[in-house]
Design a protein around this ligand. Structure first.
Ligand SMILES: *Cc1c(COP(=O)(O)O)cnc(C)c1O
Length: 344
C-alpha cells in the first residue's frame, strides 16, 4: 500500500540517530536551568544564529507568542502580514492571552510588504491610538508557497523599524530552508532582526520543539511568558537531544527537498486543470490553484490512492520533506494525472 504524505514537513519522524540521542540524553531539571542537553542546544543555536541567548519552546506558535508578549504590553500594537501565519493560523493567541492589537498589512505574492504600507501602519503618538511596538516578517513565507525574503529586503525593513522605534521579529519557522535557498549562513538572515523563532519539528525532522533567539533580556522575558503558558518543562533534554542532532544532520539535506518540490511543480504544470508557475517554487512548499473549485475532490481521490495532501477548494498544498524521495514525486504525479482524468 502506497503511503506518500505531502501534507506538511511536520509529518517527518525523528531519525534513528535522534532517537538514540534522546535515549542517551544527559538530563536535569530545566526549570532550574539544570538540563545540560537543553543548555547545549540553546548555546549551539545562539552560536549558529549569532544571538546572545536562546530558549527552547514547545512549538512555533508558542515561539511567536512568547516573542510578541516579550516585546509588547497589553494594548500595544503588533504589525503583521495579512497573509502571515501569526495572523492567520495561531488562533488569535496574542490578542486572547496578551491583549495585543494585531494590525494586518497587505502582503505581496512573495511575502513582502511595501515600504508605504509599513510606514502607514505605524501610529503617531496620540491617545486615540494603540502604541505600535513590533513588526513581524515571515521567512520562508508559508502562504506564498514558501517564498524567501532576501537579505536586502530584511535590511531595509530593519532600518524602517529602527527609525520608528519598533522591534523586528522574524517568524522563521523554516529559516533553514530560506538560508539553504539563498546559500547564506542563517546568522546572516537574522542579523537585522531583534528576535527570531524557528521550528525543529518541520523539515529538520524533530518530533517536538522550536527555538527562540534574541538578546539576553528579551530571552528572560520570553522565559517568563513560557512559564506562564505552562511550558516550563523539566527533563526536556529528551527533546533538545533530537534538536542537537537535527542541527548537525538534517540542515544540509534540505536542498534535496527543494529539488523535489521543483520537480513536483514542473510536473503539475503539465496538467492543464491545475494552475501553477513552477518558476515561483524556491523551497519545499508547492501551492497551486484549481480554478474549477474541485480541490477537495482531487485531494479525496488522491487519498484513496495513498497520497495525502492539504485540501482546499480552490488551492492545494504539497510539501516535500525527508520522508519524500524523487521516486515518490513520480508516483504522486502519475496518481494526480490519473485522478484528474477521472474527475474532469
Ligand atoms: C508551522 C508554522 C508555524 C507554527 O509552528 P507550530 O510548531 O506548528 O506551532 C509558524 N509560522 C509558520 C510560517 C509556520 O509555517
Amino acid at each position: 500500500m502506497i503511503h506518500i504524505d505531502l501534507r506538511s514537513d511536520t509529518v517527518t519522524h525523528p531519525t534513528k540517530e535522534m532517537k538514540k540521542a534522546m535515549y542517551d540524553a544527559e538530563l536535569g531539571d530545566d526549570v532550574y536551568g539544570d538540563d545540560p542537553t537543553t543548555n547545549s542546544l540553546q548555546e549551539e543555536v545562539s552560536e549558529i544564529l549569532d544571538k546572545e541567548d536562546s530558549v527552547l519552546v514547545s512549538s512555533g506558535t508558542q515561539g511567536n507568542l512568547v516573542s510578541l508578549l516579550a516585546w509588547a504590553d497589553r494594548g500595544d500594537e503588533v504589525v503583521v502580514g495579512d497573509q502571515s501565519h501569526i495572523f492567520m493560523a495561531e488562533a488569535g493567541g496574542p490578542s486572547v492571552l496578551g491583549s495585543l492589537v494585531l494590525y494586518p498589512i497587505p502582503t505581496d505574492e512573495d511575502g513582502y510588504f511595501s515600504k508605504k504600507s509599513i510606514l502607514d501602519s505605524i501610529k503617531p503618538r496620540d491617545y486615540h491610538k494603540p502604541t505600535t511596538k513590533l513588526l513581524c516578517i515571515e521567512n520562508t513565507h508559508n502562504l506564498s508557497s514558501g517564498r524567501v525574503l532576501d537579505l536586502s529586503y530584511i535590511n531595509s525593513v530593519s532600518k524602517i523599524s529602527k527609525l520608528n522605534n519598533l522591534n523586528l521579529h522574524m517568524d522563521g519557522a523554516r529559516l533553514f530552508n530560506a538560508s539553504t535557498y539563498l546559500k547564506v549562513k542563517p546568522s546572516e538572515l537574522v542579523k537585522d532582526v531583534d528576535s527570531v523563532t524557528f521550528c525543529l519539528s518541520k523539515g529538520l525532522s524533530c518530533p517536538i520543539g522550536s527555538v527562540v533567539s534574541g538578546d539576553k533580556d528579551f530571552i528572560l522575558r520570553a522565559k517568563k511568558w513560557r512559564k506562564m503558558l505552562g511550558s516550563g518543562m523539566r527533563q526536556v533534554g529528551v527533546i533538545a537531544a533530537a534538536g542537537r542532532v537535527a542541527l548537525r544532520t538534517t540542515v544540509d539535506r534540505l536542498e534535496e527537498d527543494h529539488i523535489n518540490a521543483k520537480k513536483l511543480a514542473l510536473g503539475l504544470a503539465n496538467i492543464s486543470e491545475l494552475e501553477i508557475n513552477p518558476n515561483r517554487i524556491q523551497t519545499n512548499i508547492v501551492r497551486f490553484n484549481i480554478p474549477s473549485g474541485k480541490g477537495e475532490i482531487i485531494a479525496n481521490h488522491l487519498k484513496s490512492e495513498g497520497i495525502y495532501i492539504n485540501p482546499g477548494k480552490f488551492d492545494l498544498r504539497m510539501v516535500t520533506h525527508r520522508g519524500i524521495s524523487a521516486e515518490d514525486i513520480d508516483i504522486s504525479l502519475l496518481a494526480m494525472e490519473k485522478v484528474i482524468k477521472k474527475i474532469f
